[in-house]
Design a binder for this molecule. Structure first.
Ligand SMILES: [Zn+2]
Length: 296
């Protein structure tokens, strides 16, 4: 798979917008790439030029090739270290989906995949079970970037949040949390609306499929843009019942019917509903673009 990243405003010191940037690896590694670009961009803010030559998968790992000019030796070392870290991380993250993975042999072809993707588009693979870091000081369990990612088993058994929304700041805690309708959560009845504890780490896939909070891992279900979500929230709340599993919050996908229901209920100010409706009509109807990443 080829990915195109449009990082012009995100990494202003890397000059990545000087030419189209084609990246030949799976989107499961986008988070690794963004972490590398973030570090390189920080270093390059001091001056000099950075030219990205190539990004791709080679013998299972993520290779990033680049040139620098006019940078101090310690700055270059810092970028080289970030590049080595990206490669080390890639041996532990599924290239397809971004969950925990292992180098896996597909009839001679090495790919880093999770247990789900060990039997998929590349055929049926055999996980490499030996230690990876015999000659390498990198320990994935000591790197929260990797250690916080779910394995397939953990992901499959995690509770689900449908209609999730990020609340950016809450009562003095600068860390965001999520609102949504919960399913399979031990402390919340199925289909009840609630919020999580603060977010520790979130999937870097688009759209994200999991989030780790202070208390636990969740799978993320469907995402609605904020105004549509708020209409669904009120329609669901005024119906006085939890969301049945598998049904959309608000009862259906008929937003017009929900708006009519809200108006007929007499429970919300009509100006509030007017504002909701207007925001909804102006809202882009697609899944929110996270991190300005597009796949082709
Ligand atoms: Zn995977």
């Amino acid at each position: 798979m080829r990915l195109i990243i449009r990082p012009n405003d995100r990494y202003p010191h890397l000059g990545l917008d000087r030419r189209p940037l084609a990246i030949a690896c799976g989107e499961g590694w986008l988070g690794i790439l963004h972490a590398f670009f973030t570090e390189a961009d920080k270093v390059m803010a001091a001056g000099g030029s950075f030219t990205l030559q190539q990004v791709g998968e080679k013998t299972g790992g993520l290779r990033v090739r680049f040139d620098t000019a006019g940078v101090a030796p310690d700055a270059r070392r810092a970028i080289d270290d970030a590049c080595r870290l990206a490669l080390a991380r890639s041996y532990h993250i599924c290239e397809v989906c971004g969950r925990r993975g292992r180098p896996t042999n597909f009839g001679g072809l090495w790919k880093v995949v999770c247990s789900e993707h060990a039997d998929g588009e590349f055929g049926e693979g055999l996980h490499f079970e030996g230690p990876l870091n015999a000659h390498d000081p990198y320990f994935p369990e000591a790197d929260p970037f990797v250690a916080g990612r779910p394995t397939v088993t953990e992901y499959d058994s995690a509770p689900l949040i449908e209609g999730w929304l990020i609340e950016e700041e809450s009562e003095g805690d600068p860390r965001p949390w999520l609102y949504g309708w919960f399913f399979g959560e031990p402390h919340t009845s199925d289909g009840e609306h609630g919020h999580t504890s603060p977010i520790v780490q979130m999937d870097d896939m688009v759209p994200p499929r999991w989030v780790r909070t202070d208390s636990r891992l969740y799978r993320l279900g469907i995402y609605y843009p904020p105004a549509e979500r708020e209409i669904r929230y009120w329609a669901q709340k005024l119906s006085r019942r939890p969301v049945p599993y598998g049904e959309p919050p608000g009862g259906s996908d008929d937003i017009e019917a929900m708006l009519a229901f809200l108006r007929s209920s007499g429970r919300l100010r009509s100006t509030t509903i007017d504002r909701l409706e207007q925001t909804y009509r102006e809202e882009p109807g697609h899944v929110q673009e996270v991190g300005k990443v597009r796949t082709t």
